[in-house]
Design a protein around this ligand. Structure first.
Ligand code: ACO
Length: 150
C-alpha cells in the first residue's frame, strides 16, 4: 500500500485518531503542546499518527500511536515506530513507550520492534482514569513501560 510518513503540526491530526490510543483529551492536549507529530499519509489523507516527546536529555517517549481502524494490521503501526526509532538513533536517544497490562497486541508489537519491559506503574489506570477499563477480558490496571536503547 502506498504510504508516506511526514512530520506535521498537531492541528492537522484528527482528534478521533489520537483518542484511539488515549481516551484522555486532557492528556492529549498536554503532550501535543510540546510533542512532535508524525503522520502516515495515504492518498493525501492522515491514516496514522505517532507523537513523541523528549522526556529527558537522552530519552524520547512515544506518547501516542494510532492507526485508523480500517488500516490496522497492515504494518503501518510498525512503520511509524521504526520511523521514530531511526530518528532517535540519529540523535543517540533511547525510546520509551508505555501501554496497559491488558494491551496484548501492543505488547507484542513493541517487543517485535525491539523494546524490552523496564518497569510497571501499578494501578496507573485506576488512578488516572475515572472508569475501569477492560480489554481482552482483562482489567487494564497497570502501566507497562518498555524501552529500546540505541
Ligand atoms: N500476538 C503476537 N503478535 C501480534 C498480536 C498477538 N496477539 N497481535 C498483533 N500482533 C503483531 C502482528 O503480528 C504484527 O507484527 P508482524 O508485522 O511481525 O506480523 C504487529 O503486531 C502489528 O503490526 P501493525 O500492522 O504494524 O500494527 P497496526 O498498523 O495495526 O498498528 C496499533 C498498531 C497502533 C496498536 C493499532 O492497532 C491501533 O491504532 N490500535 C488502537 C490504538 C492503540 O491501542 N494505540 C497504542 C496505545 S499505547 C500508546 O499510544 C503509547
Amino acid at each position: 500500500m502506498d504510504m508516506t510518513i511526514i512530520s506535521t503540526l498537531p492541528e492537522n491530526i484528527p482528534i478521533d485518531l489520537l483518542l484511539l490510543a488515549d481516551p484522555s483529551e486532557h492528556l492529549i492536549s498536554e503532550y501535543l503542546t510540546t510533542g512532535q507529530c508524525y503522520a502516515a499519509l495515504h492518498q493525501g489523507r492522515i491514516i496514522g499518527v505517532v507523537v513523541t516527546l523528549l522526556i529527558s536529555p537522552n530519552t524520547l517517549a512515544i506518547k501516542n500511536l494510532a492507526v485508523e481502524e480500517a488500516f490496522q494490521g497492515q504494518g503501518i503501526g510498525k512503520q511509524l515506530i521504526t520511523h521514530v526509532l531511526e530518528l532517535a538513533r540519529q540523535k543517540n536517544l533511547s525510546v520509551e513507550i508505555g501501554t496497559g497490562n491488558s494491551s496484548i497486541q501492543q505488547l507484542a508489537l513493541y517487543q517485535k520492534c525491539g523494546f524490552r519491559m523496564v518497569s510497571i506503574d501499578f494501578d496507573f489506570f485506576r488512578r488516572n482514569y475515572p472508569e475501569k477499563i477492560y480489554e481482552n477480558g482483562i482489567e487494564c490496571r497497570d502501566m507497562i513501560r518498555l524501552r529500546k536503547d540505541n
